[in-house]
Design a binder for this molecule. Structure first.
Ligand SMILES: N[C@@H](CCC(=O)N[C@@H](CS)C(=O)NCC(=O)O)C(=O)O
Length: 362
């Protein structure tokens, strides 16, 4: 097979996730910077939306969405699989992908856009990637313009002066827990990465490692997390294995517990809100359907309701509901211990699907 083309950027969250996956799988690919020109000439015409990352496969199929890209490639390059065979390990991998994709985006965006040093760094980068040939002075100006919608995503994500201390508390507690886990295990589930590691790498690379202020913070507070980022970025030749017999390290429990405590209520409420929304007539499903309350690190705030999260949740939910017998018992014991049992046993009243890169009611 020939080469895959990845359209994205170093500063981009979800591009990092796919890039790490491609490198781990040793898939031959070329990365093209998503400049303004690339958006106009390739991304928009091929996908209909202004989002990265985009994969243009070696047989010219365009795929957007980091999860869809990974699943598309996983079908073509099954070895070594990033979805563990072990049912409990697979469940945990899917859960932590959701946590990385849909929850750690809160600290990632907060640190990038609320701290002057990171913000200036990101703006310069946005400018440089948007118009690579422009003069350096033009980068800041163009960067400011291009960055505006990203920085503007803070209120919908629930980042405010009020929630900021909670976001930082929650992130630092996560770092501490992940640090403890990584002191014993190179990856979440053993000596090789799973879809859960790729999900966490999204926020933990571009924003929380690579942005200068957050990078120093990570190296100081959680040096093993920084080393894990480097291991994910440049995977060595040894491909390792998942822990035998579907074993799960106990050090993952506090991480899952925090996920269910903070993100769990948001997922539950998003499901209800989506079902209510679906009872009325609408032309199409927007990215956000109103606002709801949430708590993070002990602070309460308001954030937008994102139906996309339910598409991610369906993956973990559907996997769990295929389990029976001993596997189900083991999954249930874990879920009860980390506070996720009720949520995963709550039927999804309105499902969603993705078609032509758009989310819609199923
Ligand atoms: N769930 C999508 C999210 C993609 C995404 O949000 N990409 C960002 C860059 S990292 C983007 O292009 N945002 C533009 C926008 O939100 O309009 C994925 O996994 O690919």
């Amino acid at each position: 097979m020939g080469r895959q083309q990845l359209l994205g950027a170093e500063v981009s969250y979800y591009t990092g996730k796919v890039r790490a996956y491609l490198r781990y799988k040793r898939i031959d690919f070329e990365e093209t910077v998503a400049s303004r020109e690339v958006y106009q000439q390739i991304i928009l015409p091929r996908t209909g939306i202004a989002m990265i990352p985009v994969l243009i496969s070696d047989d010219d199929i365009a795929v957007q969405d980091s999860t869809d890209i990974i699943d598309f490639l996983e079908a073509r390059y099954p070895q070594p699989p990033v979805y563990p065979e072990g049912p409990v390990q697979r469940l945990v991998a899917l859960l932590l992908e959701i946590y990385g994709d849909e929850w750690l985006v809160i600290p990632a965006m907060h640190y990038r856009w609320s701290f002057t040093e990171n913000r200036a760094f990101a703006i310069e980068e946005f400018g440089r990637l948007s118009v690579p040939d422009a003069e350096p002075e033009a980068h800041r100006e163009i960067g400011e313009k291009v960055a505006r919608p990203f920085a503007g995503a803070l209120p919908p994500l629930g980042v405010s002066g009020h929630t900021a201390p909670g976001i930082e508390r929650s992130y630092l507690a996560f770092l501490k827990d992940f640090e403890k886990h990584l002191e014993e295990h190179p990856f979440l589930l053993g000596t090789r990465p799973s879809i859960g590691d790729f999900g966490l790498y999204g926020p933990l690379y571009a924003h929380l490692y690579r942005d200068p202020y957050s990078g120093r913070l990570m190296k100081k507070e959680a040096p093993s997390v920084a080393t894990w980022v480097e291991r994910m970025r440049d995977p060595g030749p040894d491909q390792g294995d998942f822990l035998a017999e579907d074993h799960l390290a106990e050090t993952l429990q506090p991480i899952l517990q925090r996920m269910f405590e903070e993100q769990g209520p948001v997922l539950a409420d998003t499901m209800q809100r989506l079902a209510e929304w679906a009872r009325e007539e609408h032309e199409r499903l927007p990215r956000a359907i109103g606002m709801h309350d949430f708590s993070i690190g002990g602070e309460r705030g308001q954030r937008a309701v994102f139906p996309y999260s339910i598409w991610m949740w369906q993956r973990a939910y559907d996997h769990y509901h295929t389990l029976s017998g001993k596997a189900r018992e083991r999954a249930d014991a874990l879920l009860k211990a980390v506070g996720g049992y009720e949520l995963i046993n709550q039927p999804i009243p309105q499902r969603v699907k993705r078609e032509n890169n758009r989310l819609m009611l199923a």
